[in-house]
Write a protein that binds this ligand. Structure first.
Ligand SMILES: [Cu+2]
Length: 132
């Protein structure tokens, strides 16, 4: 099963994404919410498995339209908390895990809706290095 097939199989995950894609102004990316950075960083390798994934947007997203999912290299969904906005900076959202992620390669899928109603989505990957 591909990662894309898995996400299609998650009920409701992409159900709101088409609203932004059909918007004739949706290609004016610079005016819209953007993903500025992530922790762990996209394409990075970290020595210690994180207990949370953090996404830093250019503006506070609508939390009821925000989803973050993470799969391992076998495309198994990793159980996590619901996505939560940082109380001190609502441009930052995170999911948390009960335990540190073990060494593996991970793919994070996110989608969100800006305050102006435009949907955005994307993916990024990172690796947790094997213990030496
Ligand atoms: Cu917009």
């Amino acid at each position: 099963m591909t990662a894309l097939a898995l996400l299609v199989a998650v009920p409701g995950f992409w159900s709101l994404a088409s609203a932004g894609e059909l918007d004739p102004e949706a290609d004016v990316q610079s005016l819209h919410l953007e993903l500025r950075s992530t922790v762990p960083a996209a394409d990075s390798t970290v020595a210690e498995g994180p207990t949370e994934i953090r996404l830093i947007f250019s503006e506070p997203p609508q939390m009821d339209g925000t989803r973050v999912r993470i799969v391992d290299s076998r495309e198994e969904l990793i159980p996590s908390s619901d996505v939560t906005a940082d109380e001190e900076d609502p441009k930052e959202v995170f999911i948390q895990f009960e335990d540190r992620l073990p060494p593996d390669e991970y793919t994070v899928f996110w989608r969100t809706i800006a305050q102006d109603g435009h949907a955005q989505n994307g993916t990024f990957q990172f690796r947790v290095a094997a213990a030496r």
